[in-house]
Design a protein around this ligand. Sequence first.
Ligand code: ATP
Ligand code: MG
Length: 593
Amino acid sequence: MILRMSTLFVRTLRDDPNDAEVPSHRLLVRAGYIRRVAPGLYTWLPLGLRVLRKVEQIVRDEMDAIGAHEMLFPALLPKEPYEASNRWTDYGDSIFRIKDRKGNDYLLGPTHEEMFTLVVKDLYSSYKDLPLSIYQIQTKYRDEARPRAGILRGREFVMKDSYSFDVDDAGLDVSYQKHRDAYIRIFDKLGFEYVIVKATSGAMGGSKSEEFLAKAEVGEDTYVRCTHCDYAANVEAVTVRAPDAVSYDDAPAAHAEDTPATPTIDTLVEHLNAAYPRDDRPWAAGDTLKNVLVVLKHPDGTREPLAIGLPGDREVDQKRLEGQLEPIEVEAMDEAELAKHPALVKGYIGPEALGEDSADNGGSGIRYLVDPRVVEGTRWVTGANVPGSHVIDLVAGRDFMPDGTIEAAEIRDGDDCPNCTDGMLESARGIEMGHIFQLGRLYADALGLKVLDENGKLVTVTMGSYGVGPSRAVAAIAEGTLDEIGLAWPRNVAPVDVHIVAAGKDDAIFAAASALAEELSARGIEVLYDDRTGKVSPGVKFKDAELIGVPTIVTVGRGLADGTVEVRDRASGERVEVAVKDAAAHLVELVRA
Ligand code: ATP
Ligand code: MG
């Protein structure tokens, strides 16, 4: 196969697109791989489509290898199955909804658990039919709140989604493990530096789940790893180890004190150290209990206030909070909303005015959840619900009783590992490339997927769901391999194997370059041949080759007089002169290595 630059549908650009936020996006547009149509919607140009198809094929091969069967659902789907699972509502603004000419509701599928469950229900009825794994490589639609970085977060994107069906939990474990192993092979082949982390299951429901994250500074996910054990988790999924309850027998009674003009933690700590110094050590932000008010936006549109109590040295991490509450979205409580609760004094809010039962004593009645570190017996300085006043020695479990706990506080480098006693957490950023879930019986229950077991009894099937994003992977691979001069594809996903540049004006150069292209093609090598003549200088051709990023660049030019061509490794920059007569064999060996 030979693509000739003179006729290929590609236009490389010297300037960066002005909406490009990350290097891979910039270069994929400049090198002529993708074109933007609208926010989060991109056209795959010939070079880009070739990379996408190669990534898809790697995924397909590994799915086939674990005995999963490929099929294909429509993207346009009826509402009813998604109503049965509640996701028509739970997905909120994130799904594209459509009406047909008769006024019936449809959606563009964001993921297909419901459809796969129903097709198995439709066709299978016995435990003998299971286990089963089926998958598709298909276009998904999500009205993402923040489409970003080109194809990294699109509103239309490609996903491989597979689903496993088993009669019992042990079967699900096996199916899950097979997919996990397949994913490891996929990401090894794609050449990612990646980590497998514990994840939250979000709107999917279900229990066990793990994410595959490509390590990348531009990633939107933060994960942590333990310095000592093998614990790794998306920060959203970290569960802080709650300390043991402490005795409060000798704790003094809580006492309210004047703390004028101390609406922030810093001003409060400064005031405490000046006016009420401790004997043992200075007061610190971590001694205070900060109460943060937010509003929960439920998918059906209802709004609910929530108060979160956490040590004053930590902020609320919005992603962690939303990770616990999905599909609910969280907003900060604004002044107008705060004003609706006269019991709350801004800057001096304390537990007494919070909690579902507090309304009985003139409090706000707002649900009050605290950080897991706020265990029974811990002593706090916190708002007294009076302007310019705080309570000291307020003891959890004695003086206040929260409605429960929530994992909303930021995780910091150096925090204790939740899994071992010796390690600390370290954070880094990544791009979510794949996500595997043990769904359990959630969807099968909602949609009535049962089979007869060995004893002729109807049992609900247990499921797993496994996603990989090939279109996102194209961007992530580009991001992980590019350099200052352009893209630099790994060999197995590059749009072609070899980029031949005819550098010069002589017919002999073009004749030799063309002959090499033909010979390589005949030997099964994919070639991009820059055969442009006229005004296109060698300099322009080299720049384009560097930008496009085919792993091997062959220059047929000046050396031809001495019977050589230059073979350059795009990634390392290494160059070797090879005799013209040996060039094809040399290149075939390189590509096949
Ligand atoms: P994210 O947290 O990044 O939004 P997600 O948790 O919504 O991802 P899943 O629903 O688990 O993602 O989808 C499976 C895979 O599909 C993801 O691992 C990712 O590779 C891909 N994917 C999800 N959303 C997008 C998107 N908007 N654009 C491109 N790929 C996506
Ligand atoms: Mg998402």
